[in-house]
Ligand binder design. Sequence first.
Ligand code: HEC
Length: 212
Amino acid sequence: MRARAAATVVLAASALGACDDQIKHLEQRTPFFNTMSWQPSVEAYEERARLPVPGTMPIDGERTYDLMAADTMLVSPISGTEADLARGAELYSQFCTPCHGVTGAGDGSVVGQNRIPDIPLLNIRGELTRGYTDGYIWGMIANGRGLMPPYRRIPAMDRWYLVAYVRQLQAEAMAEEAEAAAAEAAAAEAAASEAAAADTAGAEIPGTGGGQ
Ligand code: HEC
């Protein structure tokens, strides 16, 4: 009898155009009338997104390191095999040549007036960049710095291949510098012995000075 009375109240309430809250209230008091709209559930946006448990990381995500953390904490996991360098070269030509140039000298196609300013820091094959750790260069690609934008879209492992390739460009630059220095030394030596030969020749010809 009570249920029937309650049902009558519900019907009367809806007939009178009672608002949803009142109907819900009545439904709650009469389990007989339970519907899907009245069930234990979490409404959208009722709870905020769950945060990861402290000390854990997502298996499909990447931990981020700022430049200084990358510099001091990270060590390259690769040895720079031929395959590593080939991958690095491919990535370098896609992402880095426009600014840093094919050899890393900083003479890329977008460098110049009204474009990326032609600053010495663009040269990444020189002594300054050689002095950085692998971790720093990796962090540089991830975070950018100054006018260099971050390239976090390049996956973490690919950044190590890039670092290995930048090291190769630096090694090539050092070999070129050593070759140039050797050529200069050889030229200086040749000039000196030429001068000495001229002196000796002068001494042998009477009347040209030095002899007598
Ligand atoms: C849009 C132009 C641009 C692109 C593309 C770019 N860089 Fe740079 N990069 C710069 C600029 C500008 C600097 C100097 C930053 C500054 O002023 O501090 C720089 C600096 C660097 C340095 C530090 C040089 C030093 O000795 O301080 C490294 C290393 C470097 N870039 C590596 C890379 C690598 C590797 C790539 C490719 C993934 C790349 N960059 C792509 C513009 C670029």
